[in-house]
Design a protein around this ligand. Structure first.
Ligand code: FE2
Length: 254
């Protein structure tokens, strides 16, 4: 198994390569589909039909945004968390989705990226639903683990033999330290999810924001202690953006 880390619009993309098949860890932003295609065709010199599966860990625009484009354009199969499609349901869901799209563009702007088309549906047409401890279809050396808290459905995709864990947004790596993602809807559950990583013998953490890291259990335990017990949500964030001149901390957004 080969792991390729690609730079997406605002996040890292992990392409898992085998001799005759590939899997993408997370569905990227919609505008990242071209980046993945370019890498597979021009760098790996393979055809797009090698890309068999897109695994969506949660429904945010930089994790689910390209999934349906991959499906339509290249006939890839899509796997989503079992309750993924309820995340943006209802009127509140519509609003939350719009805010999340806006926040993605806000982060992109802070990263000096141009504005791109990141629009994607609130519900993803899918082939598989992943629960806790499910083997990934076609890639049975990997398992999905339910590690919620950031949203209500976050998956970690784990390779027990290699000790690789794609933990999506569950830990954000900056140059100097680790920070919690935004938002954290369920802080207590989030901390339980982090704590469970201590038992897994993870050699390499693949972060959606911060690359591939070796995080010792000591570092992880210290990080867990530093996580606030209070939820973070859009209401607080909007206040914070309005007050950004007063409060220059930008560690909030990811
Ligand atoms: Fe996220």
């Amino acid at each position: 198994v080969k792991v390729h880390k690609l730079n997406g619009y605002i996040q890292s993309i992990y392409l898992i390569e085998y001799d005759n098949k590939m899997m993408l860890l997370d569905g990227c932003c919609r505008c990242d589909v071209a980046i993945v295609e370019d890498f597979i065709v021009n760098k790996l010199h393979k055809t797009m039909d090698h890309l068999k599966l897109i695994v969506v860990t949660h429904m945010h625009p930089d994790h689910a945004g390209g999934a349906e484009v991959f499906q339509k354009k290249f006939n890839c199969k899509i796997a989503i968390p079992v309750n993924g499609n309820s995340w943006y349901q209802g009127l509140r869901g519509i609003l939350k989705h719009k805010i999340d799209l806006f926040l993605t563009l806000y982060v992109a702007k802070k990263m000096n990226k141009s504005i791109k088309n990141i629009i994607y549906p609130r519900k993803i047409k899918h082939d598989y639903k992943l629960r806790d401890n499910n083997k990934i279809p076609g890639f049975e050396d990997w398992v999905s683990l339910e590690k919620p808290g950031h949203t209500d459905c976050d998956l970690t995709i784990f390779h027990p033999e290699k000790g690789y864990a794609y933990i999506a947004d569950n830990i954000i790596g900056t140059r100097k330290r680790y920070i919690a993602p935004y938002p954290i809807h369920y802080p207590r559950i989030y901390k339980d999810s982090l704590r469970s990583y201590l038992e897994l013998n993870i050699d390499k953490y693949f972060l959606a924001h911060g690359g591939i890291r070796e995080i010792s259990n000591k570092e992880l335990s210290a990080f867990i202690l530093s996580v606030s017990p209070e939820p973070t949500n859009h209401k607080q964030l909007i206040k914070r953006i309005l007050n950004r001149r007063k409060n220059k901390s930008n560690s909030f957004l990811n």
